[in-house]
Ligand binder design. Sequence first.
Ligand code: 13P
Length: 249
Amino acid sequence: MRRPLVAGNWKMNGSRAEAREIVGGILTGLGRVSNAEVVVCPPFVLLAEVSTAIAGSLVELGAQNCSTERAGAFTGEVAVDMLADVGCRYVIVGHSERRALYGEADDTVAQKFEMVRKAGLVPILCVGEQLAEREASATEAVVARQLDAVLALAGIDALGQGVIAYEPVWAIGTGRTASPQQAQDVHAFIRGRIATHNPTVAAKMRILYGGSVKGSNAAELFAMPDVDGGLIGGASLNAREFLTICAAA
Ligand code: 13P
């Protein structure tokens, strides 16, 4: 009942020519391989280019971040209405790189979640623990804190309009994937925590796994009962690899 979703987070990679090449490759191969919902999230400056390239196809567009503000004197920021205008349906909020490198706190992430949702777009809320937190057995506490910040501001029904991505920080860009069971355990914890607020929302909530997902490990991760697809970094920059992942979902 939960349609799998595979989203490619290109991070700060790609030129216009590379974007055309990646998207062209995805469009050529996609029809054959996927019943999953497929999303690409290029950097802001490539959104218009990619939006044009995917027009009329099954591929959807997402952004990697947005402002907490609607419009105005916020130099360097990008408003969610601009993202909607260029054709985005999804916006990633609270990616661990935003949290760790740009100081985004839980309450800022919650504000962004609401900004995206109220604009009629779908927030992809990233949660996940650092290595030291996992080693200190704090994974559930960290993920709960990150989720609860959004629940406190937005409420359970609003949370249900988004997608969650569990991305253990120690697995991002490291080649060190969480094992399927490690992913499943945290996904089940997240779903269970949401269920304490509203079991219907929990049953419908899509929870993606992210962190060194590749064509070679996607199937075993996606086979877990609470893993509803993936948020893919490095492997989403290669159309063939990304399509293999989509096919596994
Ligand atoms: P990698 O797939 O490169 O580990 O990145 C995961 C990620 O951060 C996706 O948002």
